[in-house]
Design a protein around this ligand. Structure first.
Ligand code: 6PG
Length: 239
């Protein structure tokens, strides 16, 4: 794993850097390496929305971009809380990306565990391997140090056999990628802003801390790990 920590003056600068880094990785995969596609798993929440809006303005080979999600709230895909809905409205509905390239997490079976299994099957069928390696996984981090839907002290943190499992935000079920598949990624990029994230970040970057209490500590990808923070979030971190 190669760790990169960048602390930017504000959200605009953070989004600009994240966009630059993403475009570089897309070009490297598709042009320099001549790979058939670039696979990206999206983060939910609020922070990545301006990044998705910026990506919507880019002229990319959309037929070679394969879009997945790192987690999903267990709501219908038209629900205001849906991560899929946010990404479609801010980006995917605005570009000529084939619908077959968009792989949302299903939330319409009889149970979250059934949908988690379905998504795992979709990942294995698409990548044709048992442990896929995403080109890029975007992640946010909650005030409590959770990421994707890997929440503190939940069973999802201990899931080392499945690629997709049920996460729980209190009593709300979510579907989430697990540590094994996230850590198999070529590049993981955290986008974190705001002073509410300072405390969790101080524990995540500390020499010692309880991983079950700060799940983002468990993100150790085989490739690159980028932490893109704004000044507020990264105030107490030394570069
Ligand atoms: C979600 C996300 C979650 C999010 C963090 C940060 O479904 O909500 O996957 O992990 O990234 O909670 O959210 P903000 O970007 O809104 O602070």
């Amino acid at each position: 794993m190669t760790l990169f920590l960048e602390i930017l003056p504000d959200l605009d600068e953070l989004i600009k850097l994240s966009l630059t880094l993403i475009l570089e990785r897309i070009e490297n995969a598709l042009v320099r390496q001549g790979l058939p596609y670039f696979s990206i798993a999206l983060a939910g929440g609020n922070t990545p929305k301006p990044l998705y809006e910026a990506l919507a303005k880019e002229n990319l080979p959309w037929d070679k971009i394969q879009v997945f999600w790192g987690d999903e709230r267990y709501v219908p895909n038209e629900h205001p809380d849906s991560n899929q809905r946010m990404a479609r409205l801010s980006w995917l509905d605005l570009v000529e990306i084939p619908s077959a390239n968009i792989h949302p997490i299903p939330t319409n079976s009889n149970s979250p565990s059934e949908d988690a299994q379905k998504y795992e099957q979709e990942l294995k069928a698409f990548f044709q391997v048992n442990l896929p390696s995403f080109d890029l996984i975007l992640l946010g981090m909650g005030d409590d140090g959770h990421t994707a839907s890997l929440f503190p002290y939940t069973s999802a943190l201990n899931e080392n056999d499945k690629l997709v499992t049920v996460g729980n935000k209190g009593s709300d079920p979510r579907i989430t990628l697990t540590y094994p598949i996230i850590n198999e990624s070529k590049c993981v990029m955290f986008l974190v802003t705001g002073k509410n994230k300072q405390t969790a970040l101080s524990h995540i970057f500390a020499d010692e801390a309880e991983e079950q209490q700060y799940p983002s500590r468990g993100i150790k990808p085989k490739g690159e790990l980028w932490w893109l923070l704004d000044e507020s979030a990264g105030r107490y971190l030394k570069k």
